[in-house]
Design a protein around this ligand. Structure first.
Ligand SMILES: [Zn+2]
Length: 394
């Protein structure tokens, strides 16, 4: 077996400087999605990673969009440990920024500002620099350490879907995603199912309402039933219960015409106890049960992001817990979040133990004045360079 010897307790000041420089370079590349334009990030990271002794290649999805795969070669005795992060960011919003959103301003107090600082250029840079530290020290584990960089997570997880289809998860045994968690150990997150319901009836003059079929009235009855949906599951640890939110509803044209069309959008957030396929069947039956003469009902799925859940005592989680303690965190917090991630695409079909852990305050993600503490960024890179030693111990 490969000899696993710990060697990266220290992260040199030169490596820390490299990490900050890389994060700043990533912030300066505009990957606001849509449209994304993530290729420039993939190219920059590949160039640096090859210089630093890692292997890898770009996987183009279009002229402007590309995933990235990096590897620290290792033995074949065990399935790989995969690190994962997305390259795209969300739009800047209407409010003015204190510092240019793509300027990567570094304050004298050591706070790095910019879109993506938290979600998640910082996490991506910390993972790649953590792997680079291992390459520099010629670390070799019984399995490969991989990095998968994806496009499109903020819109449709297109990069993760493509990577899964292309076999990027083959040979992987554990997955860590550097979404911002303030370096807490996130072992579960909710899933999301977005639906569009359409009701079609028959228009008529409201003075002769009996000749029409009111699409809004039928939609209201259906929505009331959807809101009271019985998921057949109890409280899930840390996440609670699934929720149903009717987000939009449109229908009708003027007050004195029976409306012949009504469209509603519904957001359902699920816990790992809910199987999306079964849920969709239940919803389809519900819609069927509301079909009456003269009313057409249609159910369309506009987004499907299954939930992610890993046992809090899974060896991957306990390994991460030990590393955080080594790095000075006396009581690493295990928790869950309500946002979803590429884990929604990558975990359910593979069943991989999946952990979210990364630098940055999740409350600053998607916000104006997004910013990250450089100290936590360095802490994260050390975490990613230490984790393989614990995962592959003995
Ligand atoms: Zn993110």
């Amino acid at each position: 077996m490969d000899h696993v010897q710990r060697g990266t307790e220290t992260f040199s000041s030169a490596e820390a400087a490299e990490l900050v420089a890389l994060t700043r370079a990533l912030i300066r590349i505009d990957t606001v999605n849509p449209p994304g334009n993530e290729s420039a990030v993939a190219r920059l990271l590949l160039d640096r990673a090859l210089d630093w002794g890692l292997e890898g290649e770009i996987v183009e999805l279009s002229e402007t969009r590309a995933n990235l795969q990096l590897r620290l070669p290792g033995g074949t005795g065990q399935p790989a440990l995969m690190y994962c992060g997305h390259f795209d960011t969300v739009p800047l919003g209407g409010a003015p920024w204190t510092h240019d959103a793509h300027g990567s301003y570094l304050s004298p107090e050591g706070v790095l500002w910019g879109r993506g600082a938290v979600d998640m250029n910082g996490g991506v840079a910390a993972m790649v620099c953590g792997m680079a530290a291992l390459a520099r020290r010629s670390a070799r584990f019984p399995a490969e350490i991989r990095f998968l960089g994806t496009v499109g997570e903020e819109v449709d997880c297109a990069g993760a879907r493509a990577a899964l289809d292309q076999g990027a998860m083959d040979g992987v045994g554990r997955l860590v995603i550097a979404e911002p968690t303030d370096m807490e150990l996130v072992v579960a997150h909710k899933g999301a199912l977005f639906l569009e319901l359409t009701a079609r009836g028959r228009a008529a003059h409201a003075a002769m309402a009996e000749q029409g079929v009111n699409a809004i009235s039928h939609m209201m009855r259906l929505l009331e039933r959807v809101e009271r949906l019985d998921f057949g599951v109890g409280e899930y640890p840390l996440l609670g219960r699934p929720t149903v939110t009717v987000g939009t509803i449109t229908g009708g044209s003027v007050v004195n015409i029976v409306p012949d069309r009504c469209v509603a959008q519904v957001d359902i957030r699920t816990t790992p106890a809910v199987d999306h396929e079964t849920l969709l069947q239940t919803l389809a039956h519900l819609v069927d049960a509301h079909r009456v003469d003269g009313v057409e009902l249609e159910l369309r799925v506009t987004g499907d992001y299954p939930p992610v859940g890993t046992a809090p005592d899974d060896p991957l989680v306990t390994a991460a817990d030990r590393v955080l303690r080594t790095l000075g965190d006396d009581a690493p917090h295990k928790t869950a979040v309500s946002y979803f991630s590429d884990g929604s695409i990558l975990q359910p079909p593979t069943g991989l133990p999946t952990l979210l852990c990364g630098p940055g305050d999740p409350n600053l993600a998607h916000q104006t004045d997004e910013r990250v503490d450089v100290a936590q960024l360095i802490h994260a890179a050390r975490f990613f360079s230490e984790l393989p030693y614990e995962v592959f111990r003995q």
